[in-house]
Design a protein around this ligand. Structure first.
Ligand code: ADP
Ligand code: MG
Length: 296
C-alpha cells in the first residue's frame, strides 16, 4: 500500500481490526492537524473499494489538499474495480477561495454540500470525507464541524484525537442516534508539520496544478463576477460552470480597468461553459506559487 504514504507495517492495528462490512453512506473524518486524518482516509478508501463498486473520496481540506490545488475541495470517484489513489474515476471540484476555513466557513459548507450532491447523483454508496484540522472551539472549529454534520448528515464520524481536544465536539454527538462515533488515537508515527512545511506543500500543489498554463484574456463583463469585480494582481480566481463546479483556477496577471479585461495565467484554454468568475481571498505568486492572504 505505497500510495498510503505509510508502510504496511505502520498500519495501526485498531485500523485493521475495524469491521467495515456494515459501514456505508457519508463518513466524516475529524481531528486536529497532523493526527493522520488523510492517511486514515486513504486507508479507508482502499478497504472500502474492496467492498463497494462505487466509492467516492471527498478531500475537504482546502489547506493541505491531497486531490487538487489548495483553496479547493475535490470529489473523486474510484474507477470500477480500481482502488488506486488518487481515484481514477470522474471528478468534481469546488472553490473555497482561501487556504483556511477561518473567515470562509460559509464557502466551506457550500462547497462540501455541492460535492456531496455530486456524489449522490453519481450513486456513490460510500463517501469518505476528509476534513481540515480546525477543531479549536475559540477559532470556530466546533461550530463548523457541527454545522457540517447537521447539513451533510454523515452516518459515521471517525474521530482522531491525541489528548482530549475533541471532547466538546464528541460529547453531544455520542448521544445522537443517527450518527456513529468511532474514536481512534493517532499513530505515534504521525508527524507534525510546521507552517513552513505546510506552505511548501501548498506551493508544490499549486505548481503542479499550473503546469502547462498559459495566458487567457477574459472580458469580465460577460460573466457574473463574485463577490464583485475587484481584481488584484496575482489574485487567485476560479472559473465556474453553471452548477458551481470549478472548471479551472487562474492567477490574475494583468488588469485593464478601462476595457474591463483581465489576463489570467491558467491551464484553462477556452471560456466555453464558464458562468461565474469567483474571486478568492488569496494571492498566488505565478513564479514561486507561494500564497499569501489578500488582506495581510
Ligand atoms: N499510521 C501512521 N504511521 C506512520 N505515519 C503516519 C501515520 N499516520 C500519519 N502518518 C504521517 O504523519 C503525517 C501527518 O499525517 P496526515 O494523514 O497528513 O495528517 P492530517 O491529515 O491529520 O493532517 C504524514 O507525514 C503521514 O505520513
Ligand atoms: Mg490531511
Amino acid at each position: 500500500m505505497l500510495e498510503l504514504g505509510i508502510k504496511p507495517e505502520e498500519i495501526p492495528s485498531p485500523w485493521e481490526e475495524l469491521d467495515l462490512s456494515e459501514i456505508s453512506g457519508t463518513l466524516m473524518i475529524v481531528g486536529s492537524s497532523d493526527v493522520g486524518k488523510s492517511t486514515f482516509s486513504r486507508y479507508l478508501f482502499k478497504r472500502l473499494c474492496s467492498i463497494y463498486p462505487r466509492v467516492a473520496y471527498l478531500d475537504g481540506d482546502m489547506g493541505q489538499s491531497t486531490l487538487g490545488p489548495p483553496s479547493t475541495m475535490t470529489l473523486a470517484m474510484a474507477a470500477k474495480g480500481d482502488d488506486t489513489f488518487p481515484p481514477r474515476g470522474p471528478k468534481w471540484r469546488a472553490f473555497v477561495g482561501s487556504v483556511s476555513p477561518v473567515g470562509n466557513m460559509l464557502a466551506v459548507i457550500t462547497c462540501a454540500a455541492r460535492l456531496l450532491e455530486a456524489a449522490r447523483k453519481a450513486e456513490a454508496q460510500v463517501v469518505i470525507h476528509d476534513t481540515t484540522g480546525l477543531v479549536e472551539p475559540a477559532r470556530g472549529g466546533i461550530h463548523l464541524k457541527l454545522a457540517k454534520i447537521d447539513l451533510l448528515r454523515p452516518k459515521v464520524l471517525f474521530a482522531l484525537q491525541r489528548y482530549q481536544e475533541l471532547k466538546t465536539l464528541l460529547l453531544p454527538l455520542r448521544r445522537r442516534r443517527r450518527i456513529l462515533v468511532l474514536e481512534f488515537s493517532p499513530s505515534p508515527a504521525a508527524q507534525q508539520r510546521d507552517t513552513s512545511v505546510r506552505k511548501a506543500h501548498r506551493a508544490a500543489q499549486f505548481a503542479q496544478y499550473f503546469t502547462n498554463s498559459s495566458q487567457l484574456r477574459v472580458n469580465w463583463t460577460q460573466f457574473a463576477v463574485l463577490p464583485a469585480p475587484q481584481f488584484n494582481l496575482h489574485r487567485l480566481v476560479a472559473l465556474e460552470d453553471a452548477d458551481g463546479f470549478t472548471i479551472g483556477l487562474g492567477i490574475v496577471e494583468q488588469i485593464d480597468r478601462i476595457y474591463r479585461q483581465v489576463i489570467l495565467y491558467t491551464p484553462v484554454d477556452k471560456l466555453d461553459g464558464v458562468d461565474v468568475i469567483r474571486l478568492g481571498d488569496l494571492l498566488v505568486d505565478p513564479l514561486t506559487f507561494e500564497d499569501r492572504p489578500l488582506n495581510a
